[in-house]
Write a protein that binds this ligand. Structure first.
Ligand code: PGA
Length: 262
C-alpha cells in the first residue's frame, strides 16, 4: 500500500520571521500525523533554520533543487551531499519553473536524478505539459517523454523508492486545477508505463498531483486511485491551509483503492 505524501513547496518566498512562524505552526499542527508523510521545501537559504524545528517532528525536509555535481568549482550551486548533510529527505527536480526559467532539459534533469539516487536522497521528478501541449492533446506523450529520459539514463530501477509529481504547468499558481478525473488518467498512464518494465516498482511508486491544490479540492484528488498525494505551492504558505490539506490526507482512507494491487 502506498503512503500518501503531502509536500509544501514554498518556492522563493518568506524571510526569517515568516518562515519561523510558519514552521512553528506546522510542527504543532502535524504533531499527531501518523498515516501520511509530510514535508516542506523552504528556500535553500532557510533549510538549516527550518531543520532546527523539524527534529523530533512529523515533518520531513525537502529541497527545491540540486546541482548535478557533488563538490568543486560551481559557484552558487548546492550539492546533494550538502542537502544530505542537513538531513534532507526529498528533492524536487525538473519543476516547471526550473525548466522554464533555467532552461533545464530532460537529459540534465536525469543527471540530477542520478546524483540523488547515488547519495541516497529521494528524487521527486516533476513532469507536466504546458497549455499549448494540453490544447494540442499532447499531455500523455509529453509526460511519458519526461519519464523516458530517466529510464534511458538509469533504467526503470531508478524509480524504486522515488516519487513522480504530475503538475500540468497551466494549473500551477493559476487557481485553475486540473480535473481529478483527467489527472487520474495521466497517473494511470504513468503507472502502466512503468509496469511495462517492472510491475512491483509501478505499484509502489508514489505519484503526486500538483497545481492549485487547496483545502477545498484536495479530497477530490485523493479520492482517485492513482493519486498518492499532493505537491502544494501557494496554499502551503498559509499554515491553516496547509494543515487542512495534511489533515485531509491523514484522514483519507485509501485502502479501498488497493484491493487489486500486489
Ligand atoms: P501551486 O504550485 O499549488 O501554487 O499551483 C504548485 C507547484 O508549483 O508545485
Amino acid at each position: 500500500m502506498r503512503r500518501l505524501l503531502v509536500i509544501g513547496n514554498w518556492k522563493l518566498n518568506g524571510n526569517k520571521n515568516t518562515i519561523t512562524n510558519l514552521i512553528v505552526r506546522l510542527v504543532m499542527a502535524c504533531a499527531s500525523v501518523s498515516k501520511c508523510s509530510v514535508a516542506v521545501a523552504p528556500p535553500v537559504m532557510y533549510l538549516d533554520l527550518v531543520m532546527r524545528y523539524l527534529t523530533n517532528s512529523n515533518i520531513l525536509m525537502c529541497a527545491q533543487d540540486v546541482d548535478i555535481h557533488i563538490s568543486g568549482a560551481f559557484t552558487g550551486d548546492v550539492s546533494a551531499a550538502m542537502l544530505q548533510d542537513l538531513n534532507t529527505r526529498y528533492v524536487l527536480i525538473g519543476h516547471s519553473e526550473r525548466r522554464i526559467h533555467h532552461k533545464e532539459n530532460d537529459a540534465y534533469i536525469a543527471k540530477k536524478f542520478f546524483i540523488l539516487k547515488k547519495i541516497g536522497l529521494i528524487p521527486i521528478l516533476c513532469i507536466g505539459e504546458n497549455k499549448r501541449e494540453y490544447d494540442a492533446g499532447h499531455t500523455q506523450s509529453v509526460c511519458l517523454n519526461q519519464i523516458k529520459s530517466v529510464i534511458k539514463l538509469l533504467g526503470v530501477e531508478a524509480f524504486k523508492d522515488s516519487v513522480i509529481a504530475y503538475e500540468p504547468i497551466w494549473a500551477i499558481g493559476s487557481g485553475m486545477s486540473a480535473s481529478p478525473e483527467s489527472v487520474q488518467i495521466v497517473h494511470k498512464l504513468i503507472r502502466n508505463y512503468i509496469a511495462n518494465y517492472n510491475v512491483s516498482i509501478a505499484n509502489k511508486i508514489v505519484i503526486q498531483y500538483g497545481g492549485s491544490v487547496t483545502p477545498e479540492n484536495v479530497t477530490q484528488f485523493l479520492n482517485q486511485k492513482d493519486i498518492d498525494g499532493v505537491l502544494v505551492g501557494s496554499a502551503s504558505l498559509n499554515a491553516d491551509s496547509f494543515s487542512m490539506i495534511v489533515r485531509a490526507a491523514e484522514n483519507h482512507d485509501k485502502s479501498h483503492s488497493y484491493l487489486n494491487d500486489k
